[in-house]
Design a protein around this ligand. Sequence first.
Ligand SMILES: *Cc1c(COP(=O)(O)O)cnc(C)c1O
Length: 394
Amino acid sequence: MSLSVGWHRRLSQKYRLAEAQALKRSLTVGQSLGPGKIRLGGKDLLNFSSNDYLGLSKHPVVINAFIDAARQMGVGATASHLLFGHTTSHALLEEELAVFLGRERVLLFSSGYAANLGVISALADRHCIIHQDRLNHASLLDGALLARARLKRYAHDALPDLSEASSLPQMVVSDGVFSMDGDLLKGALLSKIARAADALLIVDDAHGIGVMGAGGRGTLEAMGLDAEDVPVLIGTLGKAFGTGGAFVAGDKVLIDHLVQFARPYIYTTAMPPALAEATRASLRLVQEDPSSRCHLHRLIDFFRSGARARGLPLMASETPIQPIRVGGAGQVIVLMEALQAQGVLVGAVRPPTVPPGGARLRCALSASHSLEDLEKLLDALHRVFQRTMPEVLS
Ligand SMILES: *Cc1c(COP(=O)(O)O)cnc(C)c1O
């Protein structure tokens, strides 16, 4: 035992508490098989827990771009962006994303978590009031903590009250697609009240980029909102783009400021250049080939009508995130395990990722799936609910 007795006791108390509340998190070693599949504990499952919404992580064009670039430039960036880890690959990806999104500039980050910490902490300070949707991603809340700003959380079905302190700088921060509910922000209303109060509106569209909007530009495109409405747009590359890292898009003044002051940008190794090349390939596919996006939206419709026909309780989501609310943390684990026995993997999400009593099965659909795969998922869901929680079926 390398921890002291005191520290050991402190840590194991917390661990046992989480265990007693059915909130203990555990790692499982999975092996990714072909698109839409995963091997867990020697069993092959249909994977409905991945954010690879367009199946691009396994696309041969993306894989080859990654391999070719790694052969040429090596694996790691070997330095931070400001200390010469920034390469032509990064610069080109930033330019291409900016054109794609119709923004002046884009800045890459190593992850969405880092982008959110970086943007909020670079723009806000102790004197700033940050209004956040109660269901925002943890990294956005952590950004406000890092900035030591005054954090105000508004109810998910409400709008922030921006009238209180007109002399202080204010910010409104929201997920574009809510990551555990799959629903969308009230974009038009938020941008209207934010503009009227001179509050800066920041949208994290981690789950919308590549998926939503006719051109795959995300939730803002789907809502007809532009850079005037939402001046700061954040997106991750590890979800629909199938690679990794993240970006912030905005005007030149914003991006220049981030390069100076966003500590999670400055003090970290740049994204591997090969990953930037793979992402450039993903971006080309997102732009040139809408077929997987169309297929995904067909799957979403198919899932929802199939779930309704089987009496499964759906949430208000038109995105590939299709949660089924269960309630109890213990119950959701039982259901997840029963589903695995039926050959399908879905995520069980419990507090504190969702509010207390809001545990749910989070089904994530991907263009890698076929209609038959969804048929299997729906039948398995129906079977396990009928067996263990028939009261939720309508
Ligand atoms: C996944 C996610 C992030 C974090 O992105 P990573 O690139 O995985 O670090 C940030 N915000 C939201 C809304 C997310 O869903």
